[in-house]
Design a protein. Structure first.
Length: 318
């Protein structure tokens, strides 16, 4: 009997294309499993877009759509954090939305590309833990203090998470996540990721970096200390995560692996689409933020300072 790997994705109509490219990359590199994609969507995702997503999976795979009630989420979940769509909250409700006979699921962000088979990641032992994830690319000091737990517990990135659904249901984790958002809105900078860390920092397993190689690891210098593990990960990542605003479809993206996105877009319904290249996420910032940005820009101009991120020139091993 062929093993089934259950994968969770969440999107609104704006990110259907990168999510489809991600799904295509998973299917392309899978080694003989039945992949079941569980996709949380809202009313904005059209019938035509669902049809396109079905076209990128193989005949042996399956894609199931779950319509999420945005109004219900807005009523008791969303806090006023600008620049984040409502869809980021969908996965916090996964244990209540997904069928009860699903015991675990692998969540994947839309802005990633998968380069290898994911069976080893899928088979991670989650006994007694809520999830498994990779540490975030930035040092945890400030965010841990903001969220009110010890720095040594670390802070994981939520772009790739193996969730233990049984643990979520048995320990009422969904209610704990909702409660934290409602009672600590002022502490949330990245709402869903912060909430998961705040509630589950004692109930996680740390995954190897190869399963979520984030944008900052390719910078010179990287956002964490270069180690043998990190060096191997950036040259042969299992999962490449375009984790900042430096997305591969952005005109000025200089990520050394940005072409992976276009390689896996080939053979999909969006091979010739320019929607993402022209898409601009609406950023809602305060007048104070606008003023601060303007002042810093003018100051740097007067001082002759320009900040341009430098990246390693990467030749992938495989």
């Amino acid at each position: 009997m062929t093993d089934i790997i259950n994968i969770l994705c969440c999107t609104d109509h704006n990110f259907v294309i990168p999510m489809g490219v991600m799904i295509h990359s998973v299917c392309t590199n899978d080694d003989g499993h039945n992949l079941h994609f569980h996709v949380f969507v809202d009313d904005s995702v059209t019938k035509a877009q669902r049809t396109e997503l079905r076209q990128v999976i193989r005949p042996t795979d399956e894609i199931i759509f779950y319509k999420v009630d945005i109004k219900n989420i807005q009523k008791y979940l969303v806090v006023k954090v600008a620049n984040f769509p409502v869809s980021i909250y969908y996965r916090l409700l996964l244990a209540d939305i997904l069928p009860s006979d699903l015991h675990k699921i692998l969540y994947l962000d839309a802005d990633i590309v998968v380069r290898h088979d994911l069976s080893d990641l899928w088979n991670t032992d989650l006994t007694g833990k809520a999830l498994a994830a990779v540490s975030d690319q930035y040092a945890p000091d400030g965010v841990c203090r903001r969220l009110g737990y010890p720095i040594e517990k670390g802070y994981f990135n939520s772009g790739v998470i193996l969730f233990n659904l049984d643990y979520f249901r048995q320990h009422g984790i969904t209610d704990k996540l909702i409660s934290f958002i409602k009672t600590h809105p002022e502490q949330l900078g990245c709402p869903d990721q912060d909430t998961l860390n705040a509630v589950l920092h004692n109930e996680k397993i740390d995954l190897p970096i190869i399963y979520n190689v984030q944008e900052g690891y390719y910078r010179i210098p990287p956002t964490i200390v270069m180690t043998e593990e990190l060096n191997k990960a950036i040259h042969d990542p299992y999962i490449v995560h375009f984790s900042t605003n430096n997305k591969p479809w952005n005109k000025h993206c200089r990520h050394p692996l940005r072409n992976l996105y276009y390689e896996y877009r080939k053979g999909t319904p969006w091979e010739n689409s320019t929607f993402m290249e022209h898409f601009r996420h609406k950023r809602v910032i305060s007048r104070q933020q606008q003023f601060n940005t303007y002042v810093m820009k003018m100051l740097n101009k007067v001082l002759g300072k320009t900040h341009k991120t430098k990246y390693y020139n990467i030749q992938l091993n495989h």
